[in-house]
Design a protein around this ligand. Structure first.
Ligand code: GDD
Ligand code: MG
Length: 400
C-alpha cells in the first residue's frame, strides 16, 4: 500500500494527531526487498509482505446486533486471512435464535477458508462471571449481565484478542455492504502499524464518501450529518488549549479504527456509541498534560493518532434521524462531562443540547457509563472464568 505521510501534525502533550492521509495505491506489490518501510519520502510504501506480517498479529473485532446474515458474511470475506476474527454479538436469542444462525454462518465460513474464529454472545454468563470476578463491574447491569451497547461488545472483543496474545486490535462494523471496503480498512490499519514509531498507536478511518440516491442518481456524499458538528467540537477543544484554530480532527466518530494492544488496554472507555469520540477526549485527558494523568507512567511515551481517508465508498445500513441525533448527543456528553472541557465550551454545548431538545430546562445532560483500562483485569482469573467456552479453547490453542 502506498499512502502519504501526514502533512500536518498537531502535538498535544504526549499525543501526535496526524492530519488526514490519502492512499495512492491499495496494493504496492510483494516484498519489502530489504528496503525499510519508512522512508524520507512524502509517500510511504508498505509491501504486501509487511502488511501480512502485521495482520497475523492483529485481531479484527466485529460487533454485531441483529444484522442481516448476508451482510455479516460479506464483512467476514473482506477480512484478510491472517487476521484473527472475533465476532461479539448482541443479537436476540428468541423467539428466533439469531445468534445460533450467526454461529452457523461463521462456522461454515471458517470451514471454507480453513481458519478458526472466535464468536461470543454479549450476554454469555461466563463472560459476565469473568468480569464480576475480576472486578470489572461497571460493564454489568443489575441482573449481572453485560450491558447492551456497541462499546460493551467492543470491550469484550478487545479482551478476547488480548487474551489470545494479539499485538493489534481493529474494528469493523458488521453492516457493511462492500467487502472490498472492509478489506481496505484492515489493510490501512496494518499499514499504519507498520509505519508508526510508537507502541501506542491508533488508526482511524475517514470514509471517502457515503453513496446516496439523490434525484434518482448516485451521489457520493463526503460529510455525514453529525460528522462536521462533532469534529468541530473536538477541534475547538484543541484550539482552546493551543491558541490556534485547527481542523485536524476529521474522524470524530470513526467506527472503523484500530489500536496497538498496548494502547487499547491502557485507555478508558465509555458506553455505547459514545466510545469513538471519547477515544479522543480520553487520550487528551490521559496524555494531553492538561489534567493530572491517571497513567503518569505513560506520559513520557508518545501516542500517535493517524487518520486515513479510505478509497472505497462506505455503504452500510442507514440509521434513522433519531439514531443519528442520539449519536451526536452522546459525543456532546463525553466532552461536556470531561474535566478538560473549557467552561465556555461546556456552556455552549449545554445551550445546543437545550436548543435541540436533548435536555430539559435546568436538567443536567445524561452521562455515559465509563470503564477503566482493560489492563486492570487479571488475565489468569478471567481466563479461568471462561474456560468452559468454545472461544476460550481456541484462545488457548492460539497462545500455545
Ligand atoms: N455487540 C454489539 N452490541 N454490537 C452492536 C450493538 C450492541 O449492543 N449495537 C450495535 N452493534 C453493532 C452493529 O450491528 C454494527 O455492526 C456496529 O455495531 C455499528 O452499529 P450501527 O448501528 O450500524 O452504527 P451506525 O452505522 O449508526 O454508526 C457507526 O458509524 C459511526 C460513525 O459514523 C458506528 O460504528 C458508530 O460507532 C460510529 O460512530
Ligand atoms: Mg451502521
Amino acid at each position: 500500500m502506498k499512502l502519504e505521510f501526514p502533512k500536518e501534525i498537531e502535538r498535544f502533550g504526549a499525543i501526535r494527531f496526524g492530519g488526514l492521509q490519502k492512499i495512492f495505491e491499495l496494493d504496492s506489490g510483494g516484498k519489502t526487498n530489504g528496503k525499510s518501510t519508512r522512508s524520507a519520502s512524502a509517500i510511504q510504501n508498505v509491501s504486501s509482505e509487511a502488511l501480512s506480517e502485521i495482520e497475523s498479529q492483529m485481531a479484527i473485532v466485529v460487533p454485531v446486533r441483529n444484522e442481516r446474515l448476508k451482510l455479516i458474511e460479506g464483512v467476514l470475506c473482506g477480512i484478510p486471512h491472517p487476521c484473527l476474527i472475533v465476532v461479539v454479538s448482541n443479537s436476540p436469542r428468541s423467539p428466533i435464535d439469531r445468534f445460533r444462525m450467526e454461529e452457523d454462518a461463521l462456522r461454515d465460513f471458517c470451514i471454507f477458508v480453513s481458519k478458526e474464529a472466535l464468536i461470543a454472545h454479549q450476554k454469555d454468563p461466563l463472560i459476565a462471571k469473568a468480569f464480576a470476578e475480576t472486578g470489572y463491574t461497571n460493564i454489568l447491569n443489575e441482573q449481572g449481565e453485560v450491558h447492551d451497547g456497541k462499546a460493551e461488545g467492543m470491550i469484550i472483543g478487545t479482551v478476547l484478542a488480548w487474551l489470545a496474545g494479539k499485538k493489534y486490535v481493529g474494528f469493523v462494523d458488521a453492516d457493511n455492504y462492500f467487502p472490498g471496503a472492509v478489506e481496505e480498512y484492515v489493510r490501512v490499519y496494518a499499514a499504519i502499524f507498520a509505519l508508526s514509531r510508537s507502541p501506542f498507536t491508533m488508526a482511524r478511518i475517514a470514509w471517502h464518501s457515503k453513496p446516496k440516491i439523490v434525484e434518482s442518481k448516485l451521489f457520493f456524499r463526503k460529510w455525514g450529518r453529525t460528522s462536521a458538528q462533532t469534529n468541530s467540537l473536538l477541534n475547538r477543544l484543541l484550539a482552546h488549549y493551543t491558541g490556534f484554530e485547527t481542523e485536524i480532527i476529521k474522524t470524530r466518530n470513526a467506527g472503523e479504527h484500530a489500536m496497538s494492544m498496548d494502547l487499547a488496554t491502557s485507555i478508558d472507555y465509555s458506553s455505547g456509541y459514545s466510545i469513538e469520540p471519547y477515544h479522543i477526549v480520553n487520550l487528551i485527558e490521559k496524555f494531553g498534560g492538561i489534567v493530572e494523568s491517571t497513567s503518569p507512567d505513560l506520559m513520557n511515551k508518545s501516542v500517535e493518532v493517524y487518520q486515513v481517508e479510505s478509497r472505497n465508498p462506505h455503504l452500510h445500513e442507514a440509521g434513522d434521524e433519531q439514531h443519528i441525533e442520539g449519536m451526536y448527543y452522546l459525543a456532546m456528553q463525553v466532552l461536556y462531562h470531561s474535566p478538560i472541557c473549557p467552561e465556555e465550551l461546556r456552556t455552549e454545548i449545554y445551550q445546543e443540547m437545550r436548543q435541540k431538545g436533548y435536555v430539559g430546562n435546568g436538567s443536567p445532560p445524561a452521562k455515559p457509563r465509563y470503564f477503566p483500562p482493560i489492563q486492570t483485569i487479571d488475565r489468569s482469573l478471567f481466563t479461568e472464568a471462561i474456560k468452559g467456552a468454545q472461544y476460550a479453547k481456541i484462545i488457548k490453542e492460539k497462545i500455545r
